[in-house]
Design a protein around this ligand. Structure first.
Ligand code: DAT
Ligand code: MG
Length: 149
């Protein structure tokens, strides 16, 4: 079963969109296996956005993600990574399709509300960066047979 890390970013929490965003992943059928409210440290932000180090937007990205609390969620499901990315929409919200989180709720790349892992491998790595194994519950959900074939 694939895992993906979702971060409901500071702008989404500040705007009161936590429930709206979580609702969309739940409705998609993805199973929550971990969730917490936290403030991301500089060190964790550096690790999470390591691939973007040196890019012109890197400093702004780290100060944005560490600026106020976030909700981090580990999701599990068949094709969880691609499904979550589809639900999130394109990186630049003004290019995101209507019906996606970014396409419906955001306008700018530096305020794009939500993170989702971009590959199956990164899904595993990022969930591990944000959660101890003891914080994850891979539970049998009663609706699983109606969602996973
Ligand atoms: P995504 O969040 O869609 O996976 P990404 O991994 O390429 O996008 O980049 C991570 C974040 O960095 C993204 O959510 C917003 C910021 N970012 C990416 N490209 C940017 C750009 N060209 N200008 C400003 N910020 C950018
Ligand atoms: Mg990314």
């Amino acid at each position: 079963m694939e895992r993906t890390l979702i971060i409901i970013k500071p702008d989404a929490v500040q705007r009161g969109l936590t429930g709206e965003i979580l609702r969309r992943f739940e409705a998609r059928g993805l199973r929550i296996i971990g969730m917490k409210f936290m403030q991301i440290s500089e060190a964790l932000a550096g690790k999470h956005y390591e691939v973007h180090q040196g890019k012109p937007f890197y400093e702004g990205l780290v100060s944005y993600i560490t600026s106020s609390p976030v909700v981090v969620i580990a999701l599990e499901g068949t094709n969880a990574v691609a499904a979550a990315r589809g639900t999130i929409g394109s990186t630049k919200p003004h290019e995101a399709t209507a019906g996606t989180i970014r396409g419906d709720l955001a306008l700018e790349v530096g305020r794009n509300l939500v993170h989702g892992s971009d590959s199956v491998e990164n899904g595993q790595i990022e969930v591990g960066n944000f959660f101890d194994e003891s914080e994850l519950i891979s539970w049998p959900r009663n609706t699983d047979p109606w969602i996973f074939e």
